[in-house]
Design a protein around this ligand. Structure first.
Ligand code: LMR
Length: 328
């Protein structure tokens, strides 16, 4: 009897050790983000998960945490440096602690459209920026699109002076703060997870975001007015920690990167379509009225906000600014 017991115990221990060593070999990638699943970033994350799990089953597992479930955008990069999360795609406006160069993407009216954004990102300067946080232990793996930003508010906005004295939620970016100061508005830096409540309770008057975020987070339900300003871009940097990335065996890393590139292409291909569809959904809802700007009106916004560039030229670098302008 005791022989059988011993045998069972030994077999159990052996099986347990076997499963531990198998699971120890499986690389876990936690992908944390703050937006809804029905957005370009949410869709890209799911695509990445399914590609990796199809091609690297048993070797790599991807767990996606949307809607700030795991980390809000002010915490995720610190958590990444500590190894608590392996992949994230924060907005390019959220890296100021790690590099000043990415502030290029926040300059108002620097890109005419998403084609220019894409051209700059894929060009020499854009690709160099992927490595701009190397010394801080972060590695950019690629750019992901969302789209051009629009302004939403509880009152109509046709001219820059309509923003005067109004509070606008912004991401934690000095450039975005300067952009709102330039039109005499009051910028309020808050995490994305708090925006809906801030708008609903009227703690702030407005915010800036893409059609996709305004729709998927229901901001349009609590903001009576949206101005189609296309004044800036909201894109993402897919980022990991250098130490995690280098710890993946070369052959697996190559496959993970290929899956990521494919998922990014997929995300980018649906971003433009989402912007169109979500704008239409907002129009159809009749909850928010949309103001389109004439060329002359738009020129007034450009004139008011463009002086911000000068202030950040030194931090960003003239070469980078010139390359961005040339992409138009
Ligand atoms: C925001 O904070 O407004 C956006 O960056 C959220 C996001 O990741 O799209």
């Amino acid at each position: 009897m005791s022989l059988v017991k011993n045998l069972l115990a030994t077999t159990g221990a052996f099986l347990c050790a076997l499963s531990l060593s198998t699971s120890a070999k499986e690389i876990e990638i936690k992908f944390s983000h703050v937006v809804a699943e029905n957005t370009p970033k949410g869709q890209m994350a799911m695509k990445f998960k399914s590609l990796v799990e199809e091609r690297l089953a048993g070797k790599v597992v991807v767990k996606v945490f949307p809607n700030s479930q795991l980390f809000g955008d002010n915490k995720v990069l610190e958590a990444m440096q500590l190894g608590d999360v392996q992949l994230a795609a924060p907005s390019l406006s959220k890296f100021k602690k790690y590099t000043k160069k990415l502030q290029i993407f926040d300059l108002p009216f620097i890109f005419n459209d998403m084609a220019a954004v894409d051209k700059f990102q894929q060009g020499k300067e854009g690709q160099r920026l992927l490595n701009s946080m190397s010394r801080k232990g972060l590695q950019g793996l690629g750019y992901l699109h969302n789209g051009m930003k629009q302004l939403s508010s509880s009152s109509p906005m046709r001219l820059p002076s309509d923003l005067s004295g109004k509070k606008f939620r912004i991401m934690s970016s000095e450039v975005l703060a300067a952009q709102f100061h330039a039109v005499n508005a009051v910028p309020v830096k808050k995490p994305f997870s708090e925006v809906f409540t801030l708008l609903q309770t009227k703690a702030v008057d407005g915010q800036e975001n893409t059609w996709s975020n305004i729709y998927s987070k229901k901001f349009f339900e609590v903001q009576g007015h949206i101005t189609e300003s296309n004044h800036g871009v909201l894109d993402y940097l897919v980022v990991t920690s250098k130490s995690f990335w280098q710890s993946i065996p070369t052959d697996i890393r190559k496959e993970v990167k290929a899956a990521l590139d494919e998922a990014i292409l997929f995300g980018n291909s649906i971003a433009a379509q989402k912007a169109k569809e979500d704008k239409q959904r907002i129009i159809d809802s009749k909850r928010s009225s949309i103001t389109e700007l004439s060329q002359t009106e738009r020129q007034q916004w450009v004139a008011a906000m463009k002086p911000v560039w000068q202030r950040f030229e030194k931090q960003i670098g003239k070469k980078i600014i010139d390359a961005a302008v040339a992409a138009n």
